[in-house]
Design a protein around this ligand. Structure first.
Ligand code: NAD
Ligand code: LMR
Length: 328
């Protein structure tokens, strides 16, 4: 029996993500938590004739604890989104506290759950989550994932446009690093099947993957950031993980993890100098079974992108750790 929780379930990402999870044959129970509107969203989804039993919870009556209790997988898109002119780091002051509070509950009532953090700034909210879980004595790096899948989805789409591939999903485009601007490092030299990006298009393509989020924020013109593509991306990662946990082999997807706690990750952390970093992760029954080291194979241009990414990431990680560990 698989119990999935969405925290932030009434939001722009939360609702379509909950819909996709409701449709998944891998989910038996779906608990929706938000500070508003979950009774309505749950009632609505509960009429769909797929197998998952849907329940909605609000903060009243210890709703978060009830929602999270004994969850197998908790997906967190709770928190405010960007408006034009904002960076993801501008969301830190509000979202850091929201994520911290939710992870505290998870640590208490679902200490073995796989936790997928979508709330921005992911570069900092994942270190915050790790510190909260550590403080509660239940941290297992193989079970904590920062969801960077939208960067991969965008890279697949934008590369396919350039190389003329009809079905973008048939491309595997590794994207490593973090999830904001220059911390996002697309590796077009390692796309499979291999592609040739014309030199004159390379910089613009890198920029579009790194700043794809801004494209949506601008187009939505004050009404938020990516929600539908993110719901797809979050579901894609969650579903892959659930399939891997159920025994499917050979499933790999990049994710932002605490490298020293994932097999194979310590070596990568040594090379990059940062502990939190997104690399392709082999998924399996324990979650992140292996961090795959592809750094030795990247091009000279990609090495330069990586250097910049690491500088930004170092500050973002430090900010999260300081926030989570400061005395109350
Ligand atoms: P939204 O405002 O539409 O929804 C957020 C939801 O969170 C709201 O329903 C709100 O009530 C709820 N919420 C607030 N505080 C809460 C709490 N303490 N507990 C539970 N729920 C709470 O925003 P959105 O567009 O869905 O975006 C959500 C977050 O996801 C933002 O931080 C955004 O930046 C981030 N995001 C991340 C990615 C990614 O690639 N990782 C992509 C898109 C958006
Ligand atoms: C994205 O990449 O679309 C998200 O991180 C949301 C944002 O703020 O851009």
């Amino acid at each position: 029996m698989v119990k999935a929780v969405v925290a932030g379930a009434a939001g722009g990402i939360g609702q379509p993500l909950s819909l996709l999870l409701k449709l998944s044959p891998l989910v038996d129970e779906l608990a929706l938590y938000d500070v508003v509107n979950t009774p309505g969203v749950a009632a609505d989804l509960s009429h769909i004739s797929s197998k998952a039993k849907v329940t909605g919870y609000l903060p009243a009556n210890d709703g978060a604890r009830a929602a999270f209790k004994d969850a197998d997988i908790i997906v967190i898109p709770a928190g405010i989104p960007r408006k034009p002119g904002m960076t993801r780091d501008d969301l830190f002051n509000i979202n850091a506290g929201i994520v911290k509070g939710l992870i505290e509950v998870a640590a208490e009532v679902a200490p073995k759950a796989f936790i997928l953090v979508i709330s921005n700034p992911v570069n900092s909210t994942v270190p915050i989550s790790a510190e909260v879980l550590k403080a509660a004595g239940v941290f297992n790096a193989q079970r904590l994932f920062g969801v960077t899948t939208l960067d991969i989805v965008r890279a697949e789409t934008f590369v396919a446009e350039i190389v003329g591939k009809a079905i973008p999903q048939e491309l595997t485009v590794p994207v490593i690093g973090g999830h904001s601007g220059e911390t996002i490092v697309p590796l077009f030299s390692l796309v499979t099947p291999s592609v040739t990006i014309p030199d004159e298009k390379y910089d613009a393509l890198v920029n579009r993957v790194q700043f794809g989020g801004d494209e949506v924020v601008k187009a939505k013109d004050g009404a938020g950031s990516a929600t539908l593509s993110m719901a797809y991306a979050g579901y894609r990662f969650a579903e892959k993980l659930l399939r891997a946990v159920a025994g499917a082999k050979g499933l790999v997807e990049p994710s932002y993890v605490y490298l020293p706690g994932v097999p194979g990750g310590a070596e990568i952390a040594k090379k990059t100098g940062v502990d939190f970093f997104s690399v392709p992760i082999e998924l399996g029954p324990n979650g992140a079974e292996k961090a795959v080291d592809i750094l030795g194979d990247i091009s000279e241009k990609e090495k330069k992108l990586l250097e910049k990414a690491i500088t930004g990431l170092t500050d973002n990680i430090q900010k999260g750790v300081v926030f989570a560990t400061k005395p109350a």
